[in-house]
Write a protein that binds this ligand. Sequence first.
Ligand code: TIU
Length: 239
Amino acid sequence: MTLATPPDPDLLVPASPGPFAVPAGRVALVVIDMQRDFLLPGGFGETLGNDVSQLASVVEPLQRVLAAARAAGWTVIHTREGHRPDLSDLPPAKLRRGKPSMRIGDPGPYGRILIQGEYGHDIIDELAPADGELVLDKPGKGAFYGTDLQQVLESANITHLVVTGVTTEVCVHTTVREANDRGYEVLVLSDCVGSYFPEFQRVGLEMVKAQGGIFGWVADSPQVIAALAQLSAPIPATV
Ligand code: TIU
């Protein structure tokens, strides 16, 4: 059996537990569930009893990473958690779970909660997808379950994912674990993922990179942006 040689890295991002090598053309930026229902007061996140202000700090760094990724020509994929208006893709167990003040499908201040086509289900204005970027609707927490994400990545020859979005220990973690089991190399950006719970944010990031990177790597957005800037910087003239 011969093992395929990994492609030459296009850029090396300083990360933990070691540098994350990003091969040219093989990487996608994945932005998980930056939806009004999770980030704005009155949405699904708040109905679950969460302090949604905890997620606000993610928006600005993510805007900068999105701009850098677009400038570098990376594939960008946005996801949205949600369900069909007739709830036919909503497992009763998910509908019943917890004691929210409103359930999925109930009318809320931004339309029916987590229902496709409603205002609250869509991505916040600050991170609106650009023309041509894939917006992937998913019924579960992970971006692979019940979607064609793997097919999309395979046909684009993508092997490396830079994962951002909310929430760190729920949809980000589930997606990272799904990706890891499918053989993808995953980098999580610590300041571009957010949790309603500071301790889950800290431990969630620790869990990704523990044991030599059991699920993947962790870096922050300035590290990725600096690596990309270096790549596009003119080569200094020699005298
Ligand atoms: N409740 C919570 O923390 N998260 C979710 O339900 N979905 C995502 O993380 N996107």
